[in-house]
Design a protein around this ligand. Structure first.
Ligand SMILES: [Fe+2]
Length: 216
């Protein structure tokens, strides 16, 4: 018998961030994006090279443009504000040392993918801006006939190789526990999606690790 996989849990019992801090994060993010500074990218398209990859798509196949997921380390003053806030509440989130902003942008969907386990395993994500009222986060399992193929982390997996398992609308101003190690996608996005990702590693390590996988 297969173990039951947990894909998603709403952590509404975790206190939400104060509006002032959310506003600081949104302003920082919008300013950063407007400057056209490169963003360390996590999600990185389909795989057009390795035919044994679960993410392989023939380069001649025309696909709908997919979006990008990126991570930006928040400035230290905003990180301090978050840590101070949770320290005052004596909440476990006070222990996190690094907070990044996660953005999804560039198109109306991020295709199903598995996050690189070295970059992040299952964990918490705080949603500030969902990206519109119809946006969905969907989890999948791999169809039996494709299970022998190699998983390419952070690369799109064609929808026809997957079975939908769970479909959620993540609420804004809410902490969520998410299984980033199972295939998941973002659908029907209409505007910038902004989330906060608490990170245990220092930003240089995370950045270098993230960059290492680009072009893999
Ligand atoms: Fe992801």
């Amino acid at each position: 018998m297969e173990d039951k996989i947990i894909y998603y849990q709403s952590y509404e019992h975790y206190p939400c961030l104060p509006k002032e801090i959310e506003e600081e994060i949104v302003q920082f993010t919008e300013h950063y994006i407007a400057q056209d500074t490169p963003i360390p990218i996590a999600y990185n398209g389909y795989d057009n090279k390795n035919e044994k990859s679960l993410s392989y798509v023939n380069p001649k196949k025309i696909l709908k443009k997919s979006g990008t997921i990126g991570f930006i380390l928040l400035p230290q003053n905003i990180i301090d504000n978050i840590i101070n806030y949770y320290t005052n509440l004596d909440h476990p989130l006070k222990e996190k040392r690094y907070y990044c902003v996660q953005v999804a942008l560039g198109a109306d969907h991020i295709p199903p993918h598995v996050d690189n386990v070295e970059e992040r395993g299952p964990g918490l994500l705080y949603l500030i801006k969902a990206g519109g009222p119809n946006v969905r986060t969907i989890w999948y399992k791999i169809k039996d006939e494709f299970k022998h193929l190699q998983i390419a982390y952070n690369k799109g997996i064609p929808y026809e190789r997957l079975i939908v398992m769970e479909n959620h609308h993540l609420k804004e101003r809410t902490w969520n526990w998410m299984n980033f190690s199972e295939p998941h996608s973002v659908e029907n996005q209409e505007s910038l999606r902004i989330a906060v990702y608490p990170n245990d590693d220092d930003p240089i390590t995370t950045y270098n690790r993230a960059m290492k996988y680009i072009g893999q």
